[in-house]
Ligand binder design. Structure first.
Ligand code: FE2
Length: 377
């Protein structure tokens, strides 16, 4: 283990084993963890960048014991200790992802082969065992969905699932919505027709990032729930048809819902969402609420439609889906920015009653990450 400074004190090089990492003086000073810079109770930064001299440099840097790097910052004349473990966890001198459409390493992308290993847990067990609860929530983060069995068969039971990690996202559809299929439907929405894989409410900004579907009644034959990993599908599109991936991620689609008195929801977002550095951040796909696309240049519109069709064919490909049946007391929680859901057609008589609601994944990820940081579960 060794440390050295550039002649001008602007760059620190830290060598730990075979790993050599460089850090800038201004970055280190801004990220100091001392009590002058950070509140010891909540970790929030107490200074702003303007409080740090623009000509900040390091006069000395030395290893102290096994986990401390002590740096003397000038012209402030301030000695600040850094944890080597913290520095190792925050190295930025590393190759950046080059291929557009990359995903966070904590995500596991999947296709139909996951059917044998669905992320399933027993609701009763989760309620009494915090560790099991955390393991299931980690799977929801990793796979973008999780199924629960053995829950109560009662109106509103779905709220107990959201209570495990966060909060309901109330919308104009209410705190929850009913999905009923009846023998003699009064509304086409309540028929047993198959529904193509889609994400919900792409016409909202921000879009609800989690959805829960909870089964209370299921006597009809058919009607299996299907899920598709939109990130797997997007990467497949990228690998098979890079130009199509580029079109769907570069141009905005439009989505709208104005089917209720006093409601006019409208968004302008790409079907494949990317961060500025190419990270895959979300998929919006819903034939029922797609509006007229007016943000694709005339010269690209025909290709855009070919790309839209091709992406839909990937999403419809059976090798992409996992299918399962929800029995009363069972539910599925999924990331509505990543995982598309669909329903197979019903046949015969019987009824099916699901209750659904939305929530947001920031609370879910927060709970999982807080536990990983050994904070209170
Ligand atoms: Fe839906």
């Amino acid at each position: 283990m060794s440390v050295d400074l550039s002649a001008d004190g602007q760059i620190l090089r830290l060598q730990i084993g075979s790993q050599s990492s460089r850090f800038h003086a201004i970055w280190l000073r801004d990220n100091a963890q001392d009590s002058h810079t950070r509140d010891v109770r909540n970790g929030q930064r107490l200074i702003s960048l303007r409080d740090i001299p623009q000509n900040t440099y390091m006069q000395t840097a030395a290893l102290v014991g096994t986990d401390i790097l002590r740096i003397h910052f000038m012209p402030e004349d301030r000695l600040i200790d850094f944890s080597l473990r913290w520095l190792q966890a925050h190295i930025y001198d590393r190759p950046m992802p080059k291929q557009v459409g990359w995903v966070k390493p904590e995500l596991a992308l999947w296709d139909s082969q996951l059917s044998e290993h669905l992320p399933v847990a027993d609701f009763c067990q989760l309620q009494s065992d915090k560790q099991q609860q955390l393991l299931w929530l980690q799977k929801v983060v990793r796979y973008g969905f999780g199924k629960l069995t053995n829950g109560p068969v009662s109106d509103g039971a779905l709220y107990q699932i959201i209570d495990l990690f966060g909060y309901i996202r109330e919308t104009n559809y209410g705190r929850h919505f009913e999905v009923r299929v009846e023998d003699n439907p009064s509304n086409l929405a309540f028929t047993g027709a198959a529904i193509q894989a889609h994400t919900d409410n792409p016409y909202r900004d921000p879009v609800p990032s989690l959805q829960l579907l909870y089964c209370l009644q299921s006597t009809a034959s058919g009607g299996d729930s299907m899920l598709v990993d939109g990130f797997t599908a997007a990467q497949r599109l990228r690998d098979e048809k890079p130009h199509y991936f580029d079109l769907l991620s570069r141009y905005c689609a439009r989505f709208e819902f104005a089917g209720e008195q006093g409601v006019c929801l409208h968004t302008r977002q790409p079907m494949i969402g990317l961060a500025a550095d190419g990270e895959l951040t979300g998929v919006r796909f819903n034939n029922r609420s797609a509006a007229a696309f007016t943000d694709v240049p005339f010269v690209d519109m025909a290709d855009y439609y070919a790309a839209y069709r091709y992406f839909g064919e990937i999403l419809d490909d059976p090798v992409m889906e996992v299918a399962f049946r929800l029995a009363p007391g069972e539910c599925v929680l999924f990331d509505n920015t990543r995982v598309l859901h669909a329903r197979k057609a019903f046949s015969g008589s019987g009824s099916r009653w699901l209750q659904g609601c939305y929530a947001d994944k920031d609370a879910l990820w927060s709970k999982v990450h807080a536990a990983a940081n050994h904070k209170v579960l």
